[in-house]
Design a protein around this ligand. Sequence first.
Ligand code: ZN
Ligand code: ZN
Length: 374
Amino acid sequence: MEITAKSEIKLIELLYSLGIPAEAVLIEIGGKLVPETATAKKGHKINIIFYKHVPPSSSPSEPRGHWARAKPKSTCDKCKSKPVIYLPYAKVHLCKKHFSELFEKRIKRTIREYKMLKKGDKVGLGLSGGKDSYALLYTLSKVRESLPFELVALTIDEGIPGYRDAAIENAEKRCRELGISQHVYSFSEEYGKTISQIAKAGKENLCSYCGVLRRKLLNSKSRELGLTKLAIGHNLDDVAQTAMLNLIRNEPMRFARFNDPVENERFVPRIRPLRDIREKEVAAYAYLHGHKYDSGCCCPHATGALRWSVRHELNSLEDQYPGTKSKIATSFNTLQEIVKKEVSADNSNLKCCKECGEPASEEICMSCKMLSDL
Ligand SMILES: [Zn+2]
Ligand SMILES: [Zn+2]
């Protein structure tokens, strides 16, 4: 979304007048990332980048809470360079170098805290070509410099014409540059159907079909490749949204496992190194390290209205009360530990699907059910 400033305007005021939470976008002026505390001069071209989808329209308002008090700054808080981002919960402006350093330091801390990796691990990365997996690819290849482990990328082609092609091409290019080998698997080869064909069959909740089928493929292929971990690009927003959705849908047991079986030898354990980082920062990091955003970045089949509403509400809350997402995710973690113990105790998740042999919570796994349903 490009806007030419008719007069001098504070970016945060512009966003609020359009009903857009600062949490949902990145802003570029003259091809450079700028913090929302900056001011656009008359005639400046302001590019508002929606890094996931255009949020539901809401009514214009005034900057609230923290953003109303945020002061503009022309230099980074750690050096004399121009800032590219403002972190409202920490009240700091940072340049590309210092923001990237902080980002990478946090990922290393998360990996350490949750004991995600150990020496000699063979890690598969679910690389969609989107900003999250791109940021993960980039940081993991850096983490590898200090903690040696093997890293390969797994890309799933769901078969969505015009949507995945560019992303897959981009992903291939990046892997080559970073010297990481990449495996591409497609729905049409593995399941005999693309997601677009499933869409034509008139399936509602297509996103859950797509998600279930993709997860199964990532798991079985990781196991075939002898991988010990599968890294997923879930960020703090995903974690907070999932926690809220579990509450709203009354599915408390899902707290325990993000849909993952707790213990099953056929299940390749997943790690989420971005889980403590807000989506906006992941988007900014990916942007600063060469990820391109285009308006066609969203899946044309995407539905999930409830998740979108939750996402929008959480963004508004975060704007007003910085730290909200992080607090939700932390209480989710606490509950997760408690529920996990209960679930392990009754061993209810140690089954394998009778059809395909993949880990399942019932006799027949969800993806086999879905495929037979088509
Ligand atoms: Zn700096
Ligand atoms: Zn199955």
